[in-house]
Every structure is written in structure tokens, then in C-alpha cells.
Design a protein around this ligand. Structure first.
Ligand code: UGC
Ligand code: NI
Length: 164
């Protein structure tokens, strides 16, 4: 199998099987604050299961990654969705993989446009947060609570993610 993955520009359609793209583009769902603010309302599927699980907002300050990016592993969260919302205008790398009988299939990679965030659906195979610039500062909305919410798979042979 070819181990090189070409990252494509992120689109809502291509990402739909894995989650949502969060971006303030097009017309807002509603105008608020005396018409001075557009609200792009309720754009992500937040999904938290398991006893005593709740939604939490955390901040991640991650080191940037260089390209070509060595993809050694993917993970998933069986008990909750996970959203990455950049607090800078810098693009970042988003990696997902289809589930094939409980194991990840061939990964796909996307590069966000400035201002785009993402929300992984619960139990979606994904690469960890992968900034391409410093500071890699993100707000992350995911499940807080007890239970095993992390499943990791390390590839026998890594993939290499490149830009087109
Ligand atoms: N482990 C953690 O909090 N982050 C990962 O889930 C990730 O996807 O970056
Ligand atoms: Ni994760």
C-alpha cells in the first residue's frame, strides 16, 4: 500500500462521514446583538455517553508539526465527540480514517482554511491535534469524565502526509 497521503483542502462534504467543519461562512443562521453579530447556530454534533460524562472546554497549546508529517498512529474516543477550534488564523492538519471492522482503514488528510475548526464524531478514528504553525493554540470541546475514552492504534509502518 502506498504510504503517502496527500492532504486535501478541508470541505464539509468530504469531512461529513467523520464530523463537521465549523466555519462562519455564508449567511449566518440568525443575526443577534442588534444585528451586529451573525450567529452560526448549533453547527456541531456534541455526543457524550458513559456514566458521569459531561462536555468540557480545554485549551491545548501544541507544538507545530513539520511536513512531510509522519503519521504513526490514529486514535478514537468511544465515549465522546471532540472538537478542535483554533485560536489563531493558521491552518492545521486534520487526519481521519474510516473504521473497518474495528480497525482504521487508509487515513485521509485535510488542511483547514484560516478560521475553520472541526468536530470529530464520537468514535471516529483521527490523528491527534496537528498544528502546522506555532503557537498551536486551540480550544477543545470533548468529554470530561471517568471511563476509557481513548483507543489508539499504532501503524506497523507509518504513513507520510504531504501537501498537494
Ligand atoms: N489526548 C487528548 O486529549 N487529545 C487527543 O484526543 C487528540 O485528538 O489530540
Ligand atoms: Ni482525540
Amino acid at each position: 500500500m502506498d504510504r503517502t497521503i496527500i492532504a486535501e483542502p478541508l470541505t464539509a462534504a468530504a469531512f461529513a462521514p467523520f464530523g463537521e467543519v465549523l466555519e462562519a461562512s455564508g449567511s449566518p443562521d440568525k443575526l443577534i446583538n442588534q444585528g451586529l453579530c451573525g450567529r452560526f447556530h448549533d453547527r456541531a454534533t456534541l455526543d457524550f455517553t458513559g456514566e458521569d460524562g459531561k462536555a468540557g472546554i480545554s485549551l491545548f497549546l501544541s507544538q507545530k508539526r513539520d511536513l512531510p508529517y509522519r503519521l504513526d498512529m490514529v486514535e478514537r474516543h468511544p465515549l465522546g465527540s471532540q472538537a478542535f477550534l483554533p485560536m489563531t488564523a493558521e491552518p492545521f492538519l486534520v487526519i481521519v480514517a474510516p473504521d473497518e471492522a474495528g480497525k482504521p482503514g487508509r487515513p485521509l488528510a485535510f488542511v483547514t482554511a484560516p478560521g475553520q475548526g472541526i468536530n470529530f464524531h464520537r468514535n471516529t478514528w483521527h490523528g491527534v491535534l496537528t498544528p502546522l504553525s506555532d503557537p498551536g493554540l486551540f480550544a477543545v470541546i470533548d468529554r470530561i469524565g471517568p471511563g476509557d475514552n481513548l483507543e489508539e492504534i499504532w501503524f506497523e509502518e507509518p504513513f507520510e502526509v504531504v501537501l498537494r
